[in-house]
Design a protein. Structure first.
Lengths: 169, 169, 169
């Protein structure tokens, strides 16, 4: 169960510590979005970063189409501001479950994947499943000791594009 | 990633142990309800305790309205008995997923939050999402070493009250 | 929170290591199915093994009816081949969330349970909840050090059998 770090495998204790930290990163990422603290969302990324929401069919065929794509933390900030200020959509809540976190490899980045389900609740409706899929991520440890996403791809299990992915996945 | 205990931060190993114990508390709490062992449900709480199911809108506006509210372990026992004995409802199963557990702070209590999804299965139907939201909890370590809920608020992401929250969330 | 191993309780550190390994087993099991790597699915089981998908009503009454049942790794391989090659069904994706893992006891096997939700995405539809329930498992450590399922029962919360459980749960 140990994880290769370069040519050097991490021991079980280091592996478990890293797993704990990566799981906390995902949990706090989910909480920030679900609580509506969108201004904190870009802080989960490194300054040079890549974020995209990609349909699984396209991802597997190597096609570049993305539903949402940001290529720096500044673009994430613009996106967060647009969501908060424009509000050209019906009010809603979202709720993430990010589970089954798997660290695949550690080199200059931590290569991690997780399963996600995002539920959406509109004002007078019961909750529904908005999107399920896989998060495929590169995570970096930054000089302040914090883990942040260098690359994050939310690959959703669908050909159909939901008409309204407003909040980040 | 360390957690502040009073003015004293816990080390990484203690933090991880606490995380493990808190996650197990949530998992066993979910299993007791989902398996229909409702008589065990009150045992997850301290004797003086508070449990409420609260719509998110009300919670965020500081309004006291709750769908279910119990203010002691004895009230939880009454509630559990009522659910088991009255049975004035169509038989159903519930299934919890309690995920992304976050310990926010440790003082005389452990301040923890988690995301939840509760699915409901009626007899001749496929499963549906009954409720999603956040559990906002104070957890105490009791003299027998066990962790129990001192306060538990299931804050569900909805304005609409489902017509039938029968089992605890 | 320690786990009994025979008459000897495991310490907290060993308990947490085992929890970590069992959680990783579930996560990698889920990923193999969800990614469509069905040829890897039998490798999560010991050679002599038992796998069944069982409706909860039947399970609780001790009735043997199962929706899917395999009694060796070879049968799992046959099943995986049939799913991949026959394709007499509409293309779809599945996505697991396996959560709230509980190790109940350790003797010659690790007795573990987990909650699961499986979502299904058909080509032109939004995701729906296909099945929720509990996985009740016996896990063995094999001579190569890996954990594998000796017995796995996916007990789903339903009386109704979905018309199309194609992929394993």
């Amino acid at each position: 169960m140990s994880i290769e770090e370069g040519s050097l495998p991490l021991g079980i204790d280091e592996t478990m510590r890293l797993q704990y930290e990566v799981e906390q990163l995902y949990s706090r990422y989910a909480a920030a979005i679900d609580d509506g603290r969108l201004d904190e969302w870009p802080e989960f990324f490194t300054e040079a970063c890549f974020y995209a929401i990609v349909p699984r069919d396209n991802f597997e065929r190597g096609l570049p189409l993305a539903v949402m794509r940001c290529e720096s933390r500044d673009m994430l900030k613009d996106r967060a501001r647009a969501i908060r200020e424009t509000m050209m959509y019906e009010p809603r809540y979202v709720r993430h479950q990010i589970t089954n976190v798997r660290i695949e490899r550690v080199d200059e980045s931590i290569h991690a994947q997780a399963n996600y389900a995002v539920f959406e609740v509109l004002m007078d409706e019961l909750p529904k499943v908005l999107s399920v899929g896989r998060s495929i991520d590169l995570i970096r440890r930054e000089p302040d000791g914090a883990l942040r996403f260098r690359e994050k791809r939310a690959v959703y299990d669908s050909v159909l594009v939901p008409n309204s992915i407003i909040y980040p996945l």
